[in-house]
Ligand binder design. Structure first.
Ligand code: HEC
Length: 379
């Protein structure tokens, strides 16, 4: 197989590579067919810019290979790279089968580009709406607002659908400000107020955050007790077992950004050995003031795009023509550099400040106790 791969690689003309690749693509399920398909797909991915409509036989062959990748992330990539039309149903199916993945957001972005409004709206009316609402939010595009905003106030929909729609909306600035507007005009249903408050008070847009603190103040009670100084906190001992529960809990949600021993979402640094790396004081500081020391390689970037959308997150990779941004939730988004009008490194961490407000002082102490137990295994 490696000989074959090398042969493909060295063939000079792009079309001869393509035809070699295509002739290898054997529909069917045998191992040999799978391997040949892998080679064919790899060769194809080098031919992104071929104008398929000018080459009908090539187009047919490409479609055959694309067909064989249906249901995989590669399918979404090929549809995007070859600008294939008529794949919307399959794109939607992929997105809904893998709603939390980056490729699902890519698939939904393609649906919006293709103006597949009817398909999107029909799905949002259905019982599986949440499987589309999640990747819609992960696109980070302001186009999602008109789809999702009406769901919030639609009393005929389940609370889970309305909450999911709210969380997706606040992933874009326009969505967050529309939500705030609903709250200000007292149009926000009572059963959404708590989620809205916690999302908007953790929003990354300063103006929205400060207005939210007035319109939808964070729930009191948890943090009514004033926080002692770090040196005072360090004298206390906590229960690491309970700390582990706080770490995983939805209201504090450390695990939505950090992995411990492979569990959790891979966004911020892995914390499996954080108890070896940081002492108690530094652990407290990293939660109470995430902006004070941003870990190397985890700097926050903000992109401003030609169409007014923005990118926000860590730079996962960069080539001459593209930037890959990783945002909270571990979602990867590719941006063409030619679409980026401004690129700015922020002084703030993507880790929100104020997370201790969702905990009692004792819960914070338990959480830190838990983190100190995460140590490199001794051999
Ligand atoms: C929205 C995502 C997000 C959430 C939620 C989050 N973090 Fe973070 N965290 C990050 C990122 C990104 C970094 C790296 C940048 C930095 O140092 O600020 C980080 C850094 C850290 C560090 C320092 C790691 C090191 O190697 O120096 C610790 C410790 C930490 N987080 C603990 C927590 C705990 C505990 C919680 C829950 C209370 C939490 N984080 C919630 C994203 C998040």
């Amino acid at each position: 197989m490696s000989g074959l791969r090398a042969a493909l690689f060295f063939m000079r003309s792009r079309f001869s590579i393509l035809f070699a690749a295509l002739s290898l693509a054997i529909p069917g399920g045998s191992l040999a067919a799978d391997n040949n398909n892998a080679v064919a797909i790899e060769a194809l991915s080098r031919l992104k810019d071929v104008d398929l409509d000018a080459n009908p036989p090539v187009k047919n062959a490409v479609l055959r290979i694309v067909e064989s990748t249906k249901g995989t992330a590669q399918f979404v990539e090929l549809v995007r790279d070859f600008k294939l039309k008529g794949q919307d149903a399959a794109l939607l199916e992929y997105a809904m089968a893998h709603p939390s993945e980056s490729a699902a957001a890519d698939a939904v972005r393609l649906l919006m580009e293709n103006k597949s409004d009817a398909l999107i709206e029909k799905t949002l009316k259905g019982s599986d709406a949440n499987k589309l609402i999640e990747p819609l939010g992960n696109t980070g595009e302001k186009q999602i607002v008109p789809y999702l905003l009406p769901l919030l106030t639609d009393a005929s929909r389940d609370l889970t659908v309305r909450q999911r729609a709210l969380r997706s909306l606040v992933q874009v600035q326009d969505g967050a400000s529309e939500l705030l507007k609903l709250a200000k005009n007292e149009k926000l249903p009572a059963d959404l107020k708590l989620v809205a408050s916690s999302e908007l008070n953790n929003a990354r847009w300063a103006a929205i955050k400060s207005e939210a603190a007035l319109v939808l103040p964070p729930p009191q009670g948890q943090n009514a007790e004033p926080l002692p100084s770090i040196s005072e906190l360090m004298k206390r001992t906590g229960d690491p077992q309970r700390g582990a529960e706080i770490f995983q809990s939805p209201q504090v949600a450390c695990a939505s950004c950090h992995q411990v021993n492979g569990k959790g979402i891979d966004f911020g640094p892995k914390l499996s050995e954080i108890g070896t790396k940081l002492g108690k004081d530094a652990l407290y500081a990293s939660i109470l003031d995430p902006n004070a020391g941003i870990s190397f390689g985890y700097e926050t970037w903000q992109l401003e795009l030609k169409n007014g959308d923005e990118g926000y997150g860590l730079i996962a990779s960069e080539t001459e023509s593209e930037l890959m941004i990783k945002s909270a939730g571990g979602i990867l988004t590719r941006f063409k550099k030619s679409d980026v009008v401004k690129r700015e490194k922020l002084a703030t961490s993507t880790m929100p400040s104020g997370l201790q407000q969702a905990m009692t002082v004792q819960q914070l102490v338990d959480l830190i106790e838990y983190l100190t137990t995460l140590k490199k295994a001794v051999e």
